[in-house]
Design a binder for this molecule. Structure first.
Ligand code: HEC
Ligand code: HEC
Length: 303
């Protein structure tokens, strides 16, 4: 009798372990397929200028607007973006021509595919980098950004560690619970209509896209958890008229971005890149404010 029970318990336990091993194996295989999936975005030809004015515009954009420097570093020598005990490490590479950098390998067309469509030179999707915001960049602004990155002096990054996703991250990815495959989020057919740089709602919308406000705060600006961010990241604030920002004036908004302190005296966390945005011009901040005021009022966290 006892022997029989033990035997059955053994069989049940054995099959449970078997099912678990199969599930893990399945999810890891699935995550490999997701990571190695290749994409064929359109081949846009974007003019890359070489004049000093365009290069200065590129520097302005990568620092204060599209904040590439937050991840790739002020000198574009690369940096660790995520280092999380549970999820692993994600590294923004060195984009200069120095040792460990990609500057010599990337063609102009490669730059366009990465930044506009989230697709790496080998066809795989970019991880984490918010190309779904940058896909809105006009040809002129994208060209200026590439011109600037190409003009940078070489930086040595040979001691930058590599990207390494943890097993947990790969299991989550395999179960579709980790949203870091950027090419999946991009609409290759999105029309790009040039907008004049002036204090207008349309220009505000353009800036909100290319500077990542809509990426972190959501397309409707109502905030909530940031897509693909590690679990310990703060939630983005509700910027719609349905939240506290609804009672702000234009001056309150500009003051908040310039100082990092909101009208209630709250000091904004570093994850909100106000230190970069504070160098935006008055015209740009006024345009952003027109756009922020125009969105539908929502409760926080409804994207
Ligand atoms: C939130 C962090 C983040 C921001 C902001 C960011 N990047 Fe990246 N970038 C990354 C990461 C991470 C990778 C590597 C992705 C991978 O290996 O899948 C990357 C890769 C790249 C590559 C491809 C290099 C290669 O592997 O061939 C280019 C080019 C690039 N970034 C340019 C830019 C530019 C230009 C901007 C600003 C317009 C920018 N990045 C903003 C994180 C970021
Ligand atoms: C990388 C993610 C990220 C990006 C990009 C981002 N934000 Fe934020 N933002 C946050 C987070 C997180 C908070 C919450 C900060 C806190 O509570 O301290 C926040 C808070 C704010 C606040 C303060 C709201 C309040 O009630 O105090 C304003 C205003 C704001 N963001 C505007 C913007 C604008 C405008 C842009 C684009 C130019 C932008 N944010 C881009 C993450 C981001």
């Amino acid at each position: 009798m006892l022997l029989n029970i033990l035997k059955w318990a053994g069989i049940v336990l054995g099959s449970l372990v078997g099912v678990l091993v199969m599930a893990v194996g399945f999810l890891l295989t699935r995550s490999n397929q997701i990571l190695n999936k290749t994409y064929s975005p359109p081949e846009d030809s974007v003019f890359i200028p070489t004049d000093a004015e365009a290069i200065a515009k590129g520097e302005y954009l990568v620092t204060n607007v599209s904040v590439c420097v937050e991840c790739h570093g002020e000198d574009f020598g690369g940096g660790v973006v995520v280092d999380d005990p549970a999820l692993g490490r994600i590294v923004a590479p060195n984009l200069t021509k120095g040792p460990g950098g990609f500057g010599n390998e990337l063609s102009d067309a490669d730059f366009v595919r990465v930044i506009r469509y989230g697709v790496l030179p080998d066809g795989r999707s970019l991880l984490v980098m918010p190309a779904e915001d940058y896909t809105h960049l006009s040809d002129a602004d994208l060209g200026a950004i590439i011109a600037y990155v190409r003009s940078l002096p070489p930086v040595d990054s040979t001691d930058l560690p590599p990207t390494e996703l943890s097993t947990l991250a790969r299991l989550l990815l395999g179960a579709n619970q980790l949203d870091i495959m950027i090419a999946e989020r991009i609409d290759d057919d999105m029309p790009r209509v040039p907008v004049a740089a002036e204090v207008s709602l349309e220009y505000g919308r353009y800036l909100a896209n290319i500077s990542g406000c809509t990426g972190c705060h959501g397309p409707g600006l109502s905030g909530g958890p940031i897509l693909g961010a590690p679990p310990d990241w703060p939630q983005a604030a509700n910027l719609t008229p349905g939240g506290p920002v609804g009672t702000w004036s234009e001056a309150d908004f500009i003051q908040t971005i310039r100082t990092g302190v909101d009208p209630s005296g709250h000091q904004l966390v570093d994850e909100m890149p106000w230190r970069n945005y504070r160098n935006m011009s008055d015209e740009e901040l006024k345009a952003l404010w027109l756009f922020i005021q125009s969105v539908e009022p929502k409760e926080a966290g409804n994207r």
